[in-house]
Write a new protein. Structure first.
Length: 102
């Protein structure tokens, strides 16, 4: 009745040669996100934020390899200092825009 279909000749050749689904895939780099923002990282992130058109906590998290919660805290601190403004906020997303220097 049912059962597995016979593979085509080209499928058999690929299976025998060892070409499978995972031949073109590379291993993903596992990143351990840190919690602490030291002074060097803070300067680097501050410069990064000022160069962007907009910034989200996820972008900052990837850039500095820090946790998203820590990126949110950092962005809120920059907002209190007046460096950036909160443009859009809902429960899933926060978008910050750097203040233009006049």
């Amino acid at each position: 009745m049912g059962g597995q279909k016979k593979p085509t000749i080209s499928k058999l050749k690929k299976m025998l040669q060892g070409k499978g689904r995972d031949t073109g895939k590379e291993e993903k780099r596992k990143v351990e996100y840190g919690v602490v923002i030291d002074s060097n990282l803070e300067k680097e992130l501050r410069n990064y934020v000022l160069k962007q058109k907009y910034v989200t906590p996820a972008q900052l998290s990837r850039k500095g390899e820090i946790k998203i919660s820590e990126a949110r805290r950092f962005l809120r601190r920059l907002m209190e200092e007046g460096v950036i403004t909160l443009e859009i906020k809902n429960r899933d997303l926060e978008v910050y825009v750097p203040v233009k220097a006049s």
